[in-house]
Design a protein around this ligand. Structure first.
Ligand code: ATP
Length: 320
């Protein structure tokens, strides 16, 4: 149970439920590749959920099934109470999609593309508001073919939100954004979230997940291996702080659950100032890499080393 959710979110109904989802692809030379393997997922209405995982982990396949673009081999998938690949056209109006690939909109102008798509939805957002919100103010009359890569990506986000969706799927939305554009995008996502939109995000930017997500799911080899809030994921075993300092023998580092008492002993109760002293807590990126490494390590090694055994046992409580 995620205790960091607000009371409203805790009571919210589920926007998305996935049970035992499987998807395999046929390989050109015969055989199959398992892209999604017995995946279970629950995303509550109004929640921002980040799906993380290495290249080829199965994130896009999962998202495409949730969007109704792919049919699963087996398993239960419900999005807004509907099986997406069987959904009526009215379902399309309730979801927004920003695909990984940039839009190819030929010689259309920015506002023409948005107006044309807006006309397909029963209650679209005002085109000019959306253009401003994604940071394309002043570009409404510009041909899409002349936009920069980052500007085209902003247009993709605009096209995803123009229909005022209840659930918004964002597949690596800020690839190609400059740092300022990413911050603007984060503000936009926070606004959509505070307005009640359910947001499902895949990203390779761990800081983006940390900034935006109520909960994070880590997927590897098609399986959900860890899930929790950015503050909890991985469990306490992966969050043990490190004390670093420099002494005559060089840079020292000790992993300890009692950093204060180690610092007190190093500093002789405050009388000595150890050089370069720091207490460092693992970042989300450190934790993510440990989770991914722990799984790959366990699969690749028949006889794990003592160090790997210790690491794996500390992770196992968080694995699913
Ligand atoms: N249409 C397809 N045909 C065959 N194999 C596919 C197809 N689409 C994806 N795959 C394979 O399925 C696996 C999962 O791919 P998927 O695109 O879902 O991963 P991902 O986690 O989104 O990766 P990335 O972070 O690189 O986008 C990969 O091994 C990929 O090569």
């Amino acid at each position: 149970m995620n205790t960091s959710l607000s009371p409203g979110q805790r009571q919210a109904p589920d926007a998305i439920t996935v049970r035992g989802l499987n998807k395999t692809y046929g390989l050109p030379k015969g055989g199959t590749l398992t892209a999604v393997d017995q995946l279970d997922l629950t995303i509550r209405a109004g929640e921002t959920y980040a799906l993380l995982g290495p290249n080829g982990a199965g994130k896009s396949t999962t998202i495409e099934i949730l969007e109704g673009h792919r049919k699963p081999d087996s398993g239960e998938v419900m999005v807004l109470g509907t099986r997406p690949w069987k959904a009526a056209p009215s379902f399309r109006a309730r979801i927004g999609i920003v695909l990984q690939e940039a839009t190819d909109s030929g010689e259309l102008r920015v506002s023409e593309a948005l107006r044309s798509l807006a006309s397909c939805f029963p209650a679209p957002r005002p085109v000019d508001d959306v253009i401003e919100a994604v940071g394309l103010g002043g570009k409404g009359g510009v041909r899409i073919s002349t936009l920069s890569g980052g500007q085209r990506r902003r247009l993709d986000v605009a096209l995803g939100i123009i229909g005022n969706p209840e659930v918004l799927f964002l597949d690596e939305p800020t690839t190609g954004f400059d740092p300022e554009a990413r911050r603007q995008f984060w503000d936009l996502i926070r606004q959509l979230s505070s307005g009640g939109t359910t947001i499902v995000l895949t990203t390779h930017y761990l800081d983006e997940a940390e900034q935006l997500a109520d909960r994070i799911g880590v997927i590897n080899h098609g399986r959900l291996i860890a899930e929790g809030s950015p503050q909890e994921i991985g469990g306490p075993g992966l969050r043990v702080p490190r004390v670093r300092w420099r002494d005559a023998s060089g840079l020292r580092e000790v992993v300890t659950e009692q950093p204060a008492s180690l610092v007190a002993s190093l500093s002789d109760g405050g009388a000595i100032e150890p050089a370069e002293l720091a207490v460092v807590r693992p970042s989300l990126e450190d934790i993510y890499l440990q989770l991914i490494g722990a799984v790959d390590g366990a699969e690749n090694s028949a006889e794990p080393s003592a160090a790997r055994s210790t690491e794996a046992s500390s992770v196992s409580g968080a694995l699913r």
